[in-house]
Write a protein that binds this ligand. Sequence first.
Ligand code: PLP
Length: 348
Amino acid sequence: MERWQKILSESITSLDELALALPIEKEWLRPVVKQYPLRITRSYLHLIQERNDPIWRQCIPDPREQEANGFSPDPLDEENVTVAPKLLHRYPDRVLLLVSSFCPTLCRFCTRKNRWKEEGKDATWLNPAMEYIEKNASIHEVILSGGDPLMLLDDELEKILARLRRIRHLALLRIHTRVPVMLPERITPSLCRILKRHHPLYVNTQFNHPREITPPAVRACLRLADAGIPLGNQTVLLKGVNDDPEVMKNLMQTLLTIRVRPYYLHQMDQVKGTSHFHTPVQKGLEIIKYLRGHLSGMATPSFVIDLPGGKGKVALLPDDVKREGKTIYLKNFRGETVQYVDPYCNDV
Ligand SMILES: *Cc1c(COP(=O)(O)O)cnc(C)c1O
């Protein structure tokens, strides 16, 4: 067993274990955990300084997860763009392949939290997805997502990457992972050697708060960067975690110093069980406006909304939002005008 596997096996997965570390109301949280399980790596848990701080909110279950507030389990209509098991094809040139259903820490705001219980470790599901990609020459890029792709073992990941690399029309590979934050020990020299063999390969991480940039996380990012991997970051805009221009400024600035380029700032998807993390669209615009004025151009990510109904992502700039009451009108990549309801717009 590798060191990271041992660390992973020591993660907290039950309320009884959690109650030994933190003052939680076990009985109150039981129904939540029954619906949405609990998993937290010890190193991430140790970043908590006090109740409801930005780390606590991201990983500790909350009774509000059981409120739907009109949100659906699949607002992005991922089901409708699923073209083979675990393969999502929404944009013409790129696909998303969900290669793992496992994460070291379960984020309470996870877009796929209503699919957490779908496990399935056997590799045969991959064949139809691979055949689809092989047959569609318009696909130039495959994004490995999950779960967390870096939760696969080295040789499992190597097999998938090697198989993808045999497809002539694929130019780019990309991995979306929160492992540098949640389990930085997983970024081993041998993993980097594997990734390096399959360039051009990009990695997008997800740091949501400056306190997540710990010395081990920094070492993990530098190791990936030294393997020639361009690193991007996708931050999720979360109420009570990072919905503050100063916090974001600090986060984006620090990311650049560890060779991670801010890529997206995501408006929360309207996923059932996450409504307590939602911010008004105006909040994201305000943050972008603030960053633009104060930091290196490289530090400003694009603020994006993934439109409901599978209409795709749109990037918003501070001064071009057309609004009528709670409804915003946005143009997507196909040129369609899509109505987006901003339910929390009065919370500014
Ligand atoms: C977000 C997403 C992508 C990647 O979009 P980029 O804008 O290239 O980062 C690809 N496919 C699907 C289905 C997505 O939801």
